[in-house]
Write a protein that binds this ligand. Structure first.
Ligand code: MOS
Length: 748
């Protein structure tokens, strides 16, 4: 292999840094109109009066849509759920006078310019009949209940039934710890804000309107399906294009309300419409939910864990049962005979939470891995040793299945060595550097390694280039680059002769980008289709007059340097471009679906693992925590591109620092509203907060997960970091802070 495993530079890098790459709200067409959303100001109640007259009087305003005058759509009759919808009834913008959460869109002003729309939106008068609301999880923990089942359960399994008698085992354990954790909500804040440009293409086939939609999404096909279903359009009326996405982190897994509003307006006005949301409005759909967790661990004096309890309650909305996998990970990491894992949700007057990078995983991992650290101290055992002592060789939560691969031991070994862990003084508060305390902490991480079915097309073009496409997304992860590498290697072509395209519903169907499954999923589809195209090219060559491959079988040839060659005699060769001539001068194309054999994979538990080692400095006068250095050792199967892979893990580690120390959506419960809805008050790290981050990819061979042996990297880099940081803060200060984020008021 020439390219797989090499640090190939991003093939889309040039377009991105020169501004050639266009995002959803940057596609311009003549006659474009602009929609501006009016956001509601109460958390619960009814709109009693809405007056658009002053807005409509502004020159340039075309229409003001409200629940009173919005057109009827198919969606208002059917309960259509988008592909990432939890069980329940999705929020339908402008459906009626009911207010379900603060910031709910209550009107859309459409005007000839953005500025006019924005100004006119400020003139729309809305009056409400306010009702009492509940937005505090901690005040409503007694409302916690089991979530309803739904499609989401496929990728988000419920906790396994309790096994053994955890309470009894805990009472009998000579050493035990109990921890309680509260995590505040977080909001996705990708650089690119949500926006949709709907191009009204006029009436086309049989007088039906056609729309070309540029949408910010992690999956063009899911946006297309959504628009089709809720407006009653057929596939040939809606094309969704999304070639570049300026960050997602899960916020683009569901079609957001600006898409609905933009299409509604374009259909009604027969005009092209763009609706963009403001940074403030980005805090009005979906967030990582607030959670409350309790962990209890019991162990014998030698460090064998004999009892494990992990309970989590997450917040959801009143209209959907959003769930995440929070507690199952504890069972996977530690195979304890007496274990109880529980997960419940509490509905509140908020928008439904939404998957955010390592949803549930980073939450639950922080709880179990800080409890493990406390247990290690009680046992006077090294935290790594305690984990090795209780290392799980199989996953009982899915019925005692072995792991398809698990090089976590190697993560501990290599990570500890790189970090210098053996020099750790186990005593807390023992190390000072000038006037600051220094602490070291570590934690284990775990995440899913799924591979979904997907389609891709490969074309050998008339000029001898390879063009591969699939309707997937690249939210900054490096999909363009790694798919180009896989295609180039599979058909033995120079990488400059290969182009990979994505983000267009005219391309073969693919799942949205998420769950760390894209490299494995689309990678498998690309490998499959290029292999199939190779077979087609072989047949063309074999059937040609006087073919040197006349006698050969397909498995006797290989593709390299833009040629097909006989393996046993490489001088017998044919350039791929000649096969275009053999095809009558036409391009040669193939479309394939890749499906990983479920009989092979379902007997195994498939996961990535990590070990994070962190050093912090804590200034007790100021209450500040600085992560001075961190090492993440990652076991994630084959690494396709160490450059983009490292970027993925570094990004996750930065988010881990953010999660542990800074990020928190602050709710003012009097108004039921998130108050710090801007990047000045919603704190995320800046360059000055980030110091020495080191990434190790341990070797891990996995022939089970998929033919490429790829497990995915989008989320695992984040998972272990908050716990490792919290453990380091304890080691520095001797103070256990179990809530996140660890802000200075908690340190002091
Ligand atoms: Mo990810 S939270 O599945 O985009």
């Amino acid at each position: 292999m020439t390219y797989i495993g090499q640090p190939v530079k991003r093939v889309d890098g040039y377009d991105k840094v020169t501004g050639k790459a266009k995002y959803a709200a940057e596609f311009n067409v003549p006659g474009l109109t602009y929609g501006y959303v009016v956001s509601g100001t109460i958390a619960k109640g009814k709109i009693t009066r809405i007056d658009s007259s002053r807005a409509l009087a502004v020159p340039g305003v075309i229409q003001v849509f409200t629940h009173e005058n919005r057109p009827h759509t198919a969606w208002f009759d059917i309960n259509y759920k988008d592909l990432d919808a939890p069980p329940g009834s999705p929020f339908r913008p402008l459906h009626d006078a009911q207010i379900k959460y603060s910031g709910q869109p209550v009107a859309l002003v459409v005007a000839e310019t953005f500025e006019v729309a924005r100004y006119a939106a400020s003139l729309v008068v809305v009056e409400y009949n306010e009702e009492a609301h509940e937005t505090s999880l901690e005040a409503n923990l007694d409302e916690a209940r089991d979530p309803k089942s739904g499609m989401a359960d496929l990728l988000k399994p419920k906790p396994p039934k309790p096994r053994g008698h955890a309470d009894k085992a805990l009472a009998a354990a000579p050493v035990s710890v109990q921890t309680h954790h509260v995590h505040g909500p977080q909001h996705h804040n990708p650089m690119e804000m949500f926006g949709t440009t709907v191009v009204y293409d006029g009436e086309q086939k049989k007088g039906k309107p056609h729309f070309t939609i540029y949408d910010k999404t992690q999956g063009a096909p899911s946006s297309q399906l959504y628009v089709k279903q809720i407006f009653g359009f057929s596939s040939d009326q809606v094309r969704v294009i999304s070639p570049y996405v300026g960050g997602g982190f899960g916020s683009g897994l569901r079609p957001q309300y600006q898409l609905f509003l933009a299409v509604m307006a374009a259909k009604e006005l027969k005009r092209s419409v763009r609706v963009t949301l403001t940074r403030q409005q980005m805090f009005t759909f979906g967030h990582r939910p607030e959670t409350v967790q309790d962990v209890a661990l019991g162990a014998s004096a030698d460090g064998t864990i004999t009892a494990l309890k992990h309970r989590a309650v997450g917040a959801t909305s009143q209209f959907e049962d959003y769930t995440e996998v929070v507690v199952n990970w504890s069972g996977m990491l530690y195979d304890v005979p007496d274990t109880t894992l529980e997960y419940q949700i509490t509905p509140l007057d908020l928008y439904s939470p939404l998957d955010m990078r390592a949803p549930g995983g980073v939450t639950g991992d922080h709880a179990i891995e800080t409890a493990m650290d406390a247990l290690a101290y009680e046992l006077k055992m090294d935290p790594v040793e305690l984990r090795l002592k209780n290392y799980s060789e199989k996953d009982w939560t899915v019925g005692d299945k072995p792991y398809s691969s698990k090089e976590l031991r190697e993560c501990f070994r290599q990570g500890a060595e790189r970090f210098g862990w053996e020099n750790r003084n186990p005593e807390p508060r023992a190390t000072k550097r000038g006037n600051v305390l220094v602490g070291w902490g570590m934690a284990t991480g775990i995440w899913d390694a799924n591979t979904l079915p997907a389609r891709a097309e490969a074309v050998l073009t008339v000029n001898g280039k390879l063009r591969v496409s699939s309707a997937t997304a690249d939210i900054g992860t490096g999909t363009y680059t790694i798919m180009t590498q896989i295609a180039a290697d599979t058909l033995g072509m120079p990488i400059d002769d290969v182009i990979f395209k994505l983000g267009d519903t005219d391309m073969p169907l693919a799942p949205f980008q998420g769950g760390s499954f894209t490299a494995a999923t689309i990678g498998s589809a690309v490998k499959q289709v290029c292999t199939d195209l190779g077979k087609k090219l072989f047949k063309l060559a074999q059937k040609s007059k006087g073919s040197p491959f006349y006698d050969a079988d397909y498995d006797e040839v290989r593709f390299a340097d833009g040629h097909m060659r006989l393996k046993k005699d490489p001088s017998v060769t044919m350039p791929l471009i000649d096969m275009v001539a053999l095809n009558g001068g036409r391009s040669v194309s193939e479309t394939s679906t890749s499906i990983v054999n479920p009989l092979k994979t379902s007997n195994y538990s498939r996961h990535t693992h990590s070990a994070a080692f962190v050093e912090v400095e804590v200034d007790e006068d100021l209450g500040t925590v600085t992560v001075t250095r961190a090492v993440s050792a990652i076991a994630a199967g084959r690494i396709l591109n160490p450059r983009t892979a490292r970027s993925q893990i570094i990004g996750g580690m930065v988010w881990g620092i953010s999660s542990a120390l800074q990020e928190d959506s602050k709710m003012d419960h009097r108004y039921g509203r998130f108050m710090n809805h801007n990047l000045a008050e919603y704190h995320v790290p800046v360059n000055a907060d980030i110091h020495d981050l080191d990434v190790i990819f341990v070797e891990e061979h996995d022939e089970i997960v998929n033919p490429l042996g790829v497990k995915g990297l989008g989320e695992i880099g984040l998972v272990a970091m908050p716990a490792a940081i919290a453990n380091a803060v304890w080691h520095a200060t001797g103070k256990r802070i179990y809530d996140l984020p660890i802000t200075l008021d908690r340190v002091l």
